[in-house]
Ligand binder design. Structure first.
Ligand code: DNO
Length: 394
């Protein structure tokens, strides 16, 4: 399998030399300077590519092979008036990317919030810190900070009671931190930084849109996009919802095997693929992640390898990110499926994966500037463990 690494561009505190030292040879990147709905000019793609691929003398060459992500604007997801135009814009960006030789594009359809955590430095027993999604803290934010209209109906009584207790115990600065973590966008999130009013408005824009309606909107998007992707020899990979369930009453349509099956049935093009994110899919106990890997193996064009542990032995909605081989899902079983699939693939279509997230540990604990989840050392450790497991399986 192809070892890749997410790099946020010239401002990423993790440098391209760090990537080389971690042992990855391919880069996953995006032009984060463009807002959802902006066209990516080919020149800007070429510029980023040159930055990645102009190898200093004597250094290991790196290649930019995966774009993660080209954002899918709201109007496409909610079927708003700009949907047709925004789809054209997305296709134009895809053309720019393909023209520069990049064949794999990751995207997601998580409205408003993209991936979400409540805690970005949750203390681990080792002294490292981890990303965590705490359902009670999330509910406290939704009910008592955001005060979303109708939110009460989305939680059961015990959750509402626990959430109230959390909310009562939050100091002003803790409430602000929680707000920032949830609503301001995590690294790579294809969303906008937003204040609470703007956030409420964007959520309200999806009011009344049922999951099936959004599914139809996304299928319509894929019907337009995949023929061009095929022509360009590009593969699209839909990242799962993270966490894989509805939040803020928003529709989520990429959380389960049935969700993916519906989209693959609606648009069978081989360009319609999945970004197999073990951590996202695995943070929902009723997802059989190994079975999903087997079922969808032919459509896995990119993999995010990370792990989570769900609280209360899998009986909760809260979860914490664990070491890469130490989550609830048996990572070795997943790797075995990927390795088997990978053997069937021709060179350029062998599966790229990246070690997704890592604990904040060693020197990264002291640093003032890090991208949560995307520290150098935690991911280096993850990649090393995964590489060892893969070598043994291969
Ligand atoms: C989090 C990520 C997300 C994901 C995008 C995919 O670490 O996996 O940023 O890449 O949502 O479009």
């Amino acid at each position: 399998m192809r070892q890749a690494w997410r790099w946020y561009g010239p401002d990423d505190p993790v440098t391209l030399d760090h990537v080389r030292q971690a042992g990855a040879t391919e880069i996953v990147s995006a032009l984060h300077q463009y807002a959802p709905g902006d066209v990516w000019p080919r020149a800007a793609v070429a510029e980023r590519k040159a930055l990645i691929e102009s190898t200093p003398a004597g250094r290991v060459p790196l290649r930019w092979t995966v774009v993660e992500s080209i954002p899918v604007p709201d109007d496409v997801q909610r079927g708003g008036p700009g949907a047709a135009r925004q789809t054209e814009v997305w296709i134009e960006s895809m053309r720019a990317v393909a023209a520069e030789g990049i064949r794999t594009i990751c995207y997601n359809v998580m409205p408003v919030v993209d991936w979400t955590r409540t805690d970005l430095d949750y203390p681990m027993p080792t002294g490292a810190t981890a990303l965590r999604f705490d359902y009670d803290r999330f509910a406290a934010f939704d009910l008592y900070v955001l005060k979303r209209k109708g939110a009460g109906a989305d939680y059961d009584d015990p959750t509402r009671t626990r959430a109230r207790k959390v909310a009562e115990g939050l100091s002003q600065s803790e409430a602000e931190l929680l707000t920032k973590n949830i609503s301001a966008g995590l690294p790579g999130a294809t969303t906008y930084s937003q204040n609470l009013d703007a956030f409420r408005e964007r959520i309200a824009a999806y009011r009344g849109i049922a999951p099936d309606e959004m599914r139809a909107n996304v299928a319509a998007f894929l019907e337009k996009v995949t023929p061009v992707a095929e022509e360009l020899n590009v593969r699209l990979t839909l990242h799962p919802d993270d966490p894989p369930r509805p939040i803020f009453g928003l529709p989520r349509i990429a959380s389960t095997a049935a969700d993916y099956r519906a989209l693959f049935d609606a648009v069978p093009s081989k360009a319609n693929g999945i970004c197999f994110c073990v951590g996202s899919l695995g943070s929902r106990p009723d997802n059989d992640v190994v079975a999903m890997a087997k079922d969808f193996s032919a459509r896995i064009y990119f993999a995010h390898l990370r792990a989570t542990r769900i609280d209360d032995k899998g009986k909760s909605i809260s979860f914490t990110e664990s070491d890469h081989l130490d989550g609830d899902v048996n990572m070795i079983d997943v790797l075995r499926v990927l390795v088997t699939e990978n053997r069937k693939r021709e060179g350029a279509w062998r599966i790229p994966f990246r070690p997704d997230h890592g604990h904040r540990m060693l020197d990264d604990i002291e640093k003032t500037r890090i991208n949560p989840g995307y520290t150098g050392i935690g991911r280096l450790k993850g990649l090393a463990e995964l590489r060892g497991a893969l070598r043994a399986l291969q």
